[in-house]
Ligand binder design. Structure first.
Ligand code: PHE
Length: 362
């Protein structure tokens, strides 16, 4: 091999070593671009070396060309990987700078509030927890079986139409958004053995939208199953709940006969009220306000859940959380609950530091 070719390859190796040393000192993207030009640019060191191959004979040119090409690729790789190293460093630094310290305490002027629905839910749950009820949950997307059939509402039953159900597309009417929290009764009774004493709060859905109806609303279900449970237990429980929640000691209430397929007998509960100086006063007076539905668990429902009706009886109730909130806090338009109007929220929301009082429920 001629001296020329050895020299050229040696020079190429030197270039690569030099770059290795040089590049380690480089800390910004501008410099890396300059280095790129210095080595592989049009008039760069590697490019010049390539040009010098012209002096060699055909054989040597091919050999040296291959060797230099390998070194050239190494040099290019080195530059690219160092560039991405710098880019990552810059990115990490800026992420670090932009990090928000979420451990800082909130500023009082920006404080959010507890929504009246959440507040009402918390209050009702805390009153009933004190009476020994445990909280259960169920899925929002229900089977037709749990929402209707097992609750003694067969397919041709008019109650199915009354519920204005949202069915899931393509589910052949088998899946739906639960229209009430009562399917949780079934789920619990199928899973647990009596004694059962539960409440089930949650979202419910009906295809209805006006000043007094929202397509999504909230209910709280109650269920007690044990030996010797009677209507008297139901009445006492409801009275305790209403008196605590509305904060009226001698609350006037009445049980009006009604019909639900899953309770027998069934009742709707009204509380007394009157208007004093243009204000609605709850718990006394000659007018009646309907607040919830309830009844003794229908033996057909017990049979569907394989609970022996010779041994056990039970009661259930279901209440609308929006209605409770409206009555207690003087909210007149149901739709405002979901508008997220800041002025409304500021007026009707509650301080996050206030805890529900388990005795008074307020
Ligand atoms: N699920 C009934 C409704 O949505 C309420 C209810 C629950 C009635 C439990 C009786 C017993 O209207």
């Amino acid at each position: 091999m001629e001296k020329n070719i050895i020299d050229i390859i040696k020079k190429a190796k030197e270039l690569s070593l030099n770059l290795k040393q040089e590049i380690n000192h480089i800390k910004d993207l501008k410099e890396i671009d300059l280095i790129k030009i210095k080595y592989t640019g049009k008039k760069g060191l590697v490019t010049l070396l390539m040009k010098s191959l012209a002096e060699l004979n055909n054989d040597d040119r091919a050999k040296a060309g291959r060797a230099i090409n390998i070194i050239k690729r190494d040099i290019e790789k080195m530059i690219i990987s160092h560039k991405s190293l710098i880019e990552n460093k810059i990115l990490n630094e800026s992420l670090e700078k932009e990090k928000i310290d979420i451990t800082l305490p909130g500023r009082p002027t920006l404080r959010g509030g507890i929504h009246p629905i959440s507040k009402t839910m918390d209050e009702i749950i805390s009153i009933l927890s004190l009476l020994g009820f445990n909280v259960e949950e169920g899925p929002h997307i229900e089977d037709e079986y749990f929402n209707f059939t097992a609750l003694n509402i067969p397919e041709d039953h008019p109650a199915r139409q009354e519920h204005d159900t949202f069915y899931m597309q393509g589910s052949n009417k088998k899946k739906l958004l639960r229209t009430h929290t009562s399917p949780i009764q079934i789920r619990v009774m199928k899973e647990k053995k009596p004694p059962i004493k539960i409440i089930a709060p949650g979202n419910t859905y009906r295809c209805d939208d006006d000043a007094t109806h929202s397509p999504m609303f909230h209910q709280i279900e109650g269920l007690v199953v044990d030996k010797n449970i009677s209507m008297a237990h139901l009445k006492w429980t409801i009275k305790e709940l209403l008196a605590s929640f509305f904060n009226v000691k001698d609350l006037v209430m009445r049980f009006r006969p009604s019909y639900f397929p899953f309770t027998e007998p069934s009742a709707e509960v009204d509380i007394g009220c009157e208007v004093e100086d243009g204000k609605l006063v709850l718990g006394k007076g000659k007018k009646w306000l309907e607040v919830l539905g309830c009844g003794m668990v229908n033996p057909k429902v017990f049979n569907n859940c394989e609970i022996d009706t010779n041994i056990y009886s039970g009661f259930a109730f279901g209440l609308g959380v929006e209605r409770f909130a409206m009555l207690k806090y003087g909210i007149t338009d149901l739709r405002m609950f979901y508008e997220n109007d800041h002025r409304w929220l500021k007026h009707y929301s509650f301080r996050p530091t206030g805890f529900p009082n388990t005795l008074k429920g307020s």
